[in-house]
Design a binder for this molecule. Structure first.
Ligand SMILES: C[S@@+](CC[C@H](N)C(=O)[O-])C[C@H]1O[C@@H](n2cnc3c(N)ncnc32)[C@H](O)[C@@H]1O
Length: 311
């Protein structure tokens, strides 16, 4: 108990110091997102990684040695949150090592919080502090986007875990815009899910991207659900700003570093390009922006929501 309080206090001190440095123009990454592989067992309708893959030079999977080197390097640069991304992260392997080895390594290096995103079709790596599972709708819609049977596999896997910090991630496109309320209810009624984060699709693909009018309607709906106390993680301010396009002018690229399988780094987001940034539908960069600006309502709202959810 004493040790965990001490740990929490030193982390809080680190974050406060990071914020003060940021105010004085010393910009250090806080989040290190490790894209450990591009391969996936699914080919979701809103994701263009599989289509792009043939044009991406090898390696498509990060080696353990590269991961270790980059995790240490990013830690030294200031990052204290380490998130594993894909592709499907749970499929990552290097000889006899799997994702659990990377999570344990991140802990040894000293990262405060370690997480990964997954489609939930594989095993759950319990040693991770946080897990994001994709949930794009009720069964028929989720499966229409992902593949038949994926919804039930996810739900069955969630039944097998006692992990306290599993959060759902919904990507809203033309396919599932009418199912926001149903999806939020599924997440809130599922004992294994502690909260849900809502994002809009970031094109490409363009054909199922949302118009500004659709975004405004979706935001109104999500705000109503927030008022009804559903466990929605998006802060009100970031949510409101999801309708604003041309977010690239505000995106704090420096705050979140992405490391790609070949060990190269991209500040902000691997989807970075004129068209994607102009139509960015990710909530996280909005949250980062308001945090970096010291916007207290966002900081309090996120702290309260995560403190309520995380055990
Ligand atoms: C790239 S996936 C990787 C993790 C895992 N394979 C999964 O499906 O959750 C991470 C998250 O990004 C979302 N995503 C994929 N393509 C997107 C896009 N074009 N715009 C916004 N989110 C997207 C997915 O729905 C998923 O929740």
């Amino acid at each position: 108990m004493k040790n965990s309080n001490l740990k929490k206090n030193s982390e809080l001190l680190y974050y406060s110091f990071w914020f003060i440095q940021n105010v004085f123009g010393i910009k250090k990454p806080l989040i290190n997102t490790m894209v450990i592989l591009y391969d996936c067992n699914l080919n979701c309708k809103h994701c263009n990684i599989a289509d792009k893959l043939k044009n991406i030079p090898e390696p498509h999977t990060m080696s353990y040695a590269t991961a270790k080197g980059k995790m240490i390097e990013m830690y030294k640069k200031g990052a204290r949150v380490c998130y594993f991304e894909g592709g499907e992260t749970t499929l990552w392997k290097d000889k006899d090592r799997d994702l659990s080895n990377l999570i344990n390594l991140a802990k040894e290096i000293g990262y405060f919080t370690i997480g990964y995103t997954t489609n939930g079709t594989n095993v759950i790596f319990e040693q991770s502090d946080v897990i994001s599972v994709s949930l794009d709708g009720p069964e028929d819609i989720h499966d229409k986007i992902r593949t038949k049977g994926v919804f039930n596999t996810l739900m069955n896997n969630l039944k097998k875990t006692n992990h306290k910090n599993i959060f759902a991630n919904m990507t809203i496109s033309k396919i599932n815009i009418d199912y926001i309320e149903e999806t939020v209810k599924i997440a809130s009624e599922n004992k294994a899910i502690a909260g849900i984060m809502l994002n809009f699709i970031t094109p490409p693909p363009d054909d199922i991207a949302l118009t500004k009018e659709e975004k405004i309607i979706a935001i109104k709906k999500i705000k109503e659900l927030k008022k009804k106390s559903y466990p929605i993680l998006n802060s009100s301010k970031a949510l409101e700003n999801l309708k604003n396009e041309n977010w690239q002018k505000k995106c704090p690229f420096w705050m979140s570093a992405f490391v790609l399988p070949d060990g190269s780094e991209v500040g902000g987001c691997p989807m970075k390009s004129d068209v994607s940034c102009r139509n960015c539908g990710f909530d996280a960069p909005r949250e980062y922006y308001f945090i970096s600006k010291g916007f207290l309502p966002t900081i309090f709202e996120l702290t309260k929501r995560f403190a309520l959810s995380m055990k």
